[in-house]
Ligand binder design. Sequence first.
Ligand code: ATP
Ligand code: BTN
Length: 261
Amino acid sequence: EEQITTKCIGKKVVYFNEVDSTNVIAKQLGKTPGYHGTLVLAEQQNAGRGRLGRKWSTSKGDGIWMTLILQPQIRIEHASMLTLVTALAVNQGIRKVTGLNSFIKWPNDIVMNGKKVCGILTEMSTINEKLECIVIGIGINANRDSFPDELKNTATSLKLESKKEIDRVSLIASVMKYFEMYYEMFKKEENLKEHVKDYNEMLINRNRQVKIVGNDSEYIGLALGINETGALLVQTDETIRGERKTVIKTVMSGEVSVRGV
Ligand code: ATP
Ligand code: BTN
C-alpha cells in the first residue's frame, strides 16, 4: 500500500462516512485559512454533483469521492485550468496503479474503453471579488460493480475494466503526488505551457472529429489539442462571405459540451 508522500497536497485528510457532497464540505472548510492542500474524503455522497447542476451517481464504500481544497494566490480567471491539471494527475494515477490505459476527455473526464471512470468538478468561493478557495471535486468509480440503467452504456469502473479490486489508498496517494507535481508547474506562470504536450498525448478527442455543442450553435470539426490556457483547438470549415475557409476555433471549457462523432 502506497502512502501519501507529498509535501502539502493531501497531507491532511478529513474523512466522512456519509455527506451530501464533498465539494460542499470543502467549500465550507476552505473559508478558514490553513486548509490549503486538505483533502475531504467520503465513503458515500447523498447528493453528489456534476457540472452544470447535473447529478453525480455514487455508491457506498467502493468509490473515491473526494475534494481537494486549495487556497492559492492565483487569478480567478485562471482557476478553470486547474481542472485540466487535475485530469492529467488523475489519468496518470490511474495508469500507474491499474497498469491500464485511460484517457482524458476534454476538459474534465477520464475515460476507459469509451466509458467514463472519473469526473472532475472545480468550484470556487470568492469574497469581495477575491478568491477565498478553490475546491476540486474528483469522483472515481473505483471498485463499483454495477451502475444504474441510465449510466450502463456510458460509465465504467476501474474494477470492471481491470477485473481486479483496486487499492483506493494507493490510488489516492498516487493522484496526490502527480497533482502536486503538475500544480507546482502550473503555479510558476499560471498557465499550462508545460502540460500541453502531456495532456494532448492523453487526449481521447485528439485528431478525432468532434461536435461542439454550445448554447446557441453547434458545429463539427477536428480536435487538434489544447493550448496553454486549456482551451481546445478545433479545426473546422466556415463560410465567410460566401467563401469556404478552414479556421481554427478556440473552444473554452464551461461554455460547451464535446461529443464524439
Ligand atoms: P459534457 O461534458 O459533454 O457536457 P458529461 O456527461 O461529461 O457531458 P458532466 O457534467 O461532465 O457531463 O458529467 C455529469 C454526467 O456524468 C451526468 O449527467 C451523468 O450522465 C454522468 N455520471 C453521473 N454519475 C456518474 C458516474 N458515477 N460515473 C460516470 N458517469 C456519471
Ligand atoms: C462531472 O463529471 O460532471 C463531475 C463529477 C464530479 C464528482 C465529484 S465526486 C466528489 C465531488 N463531490 C461532488 O459532489 N462532486 C465531485
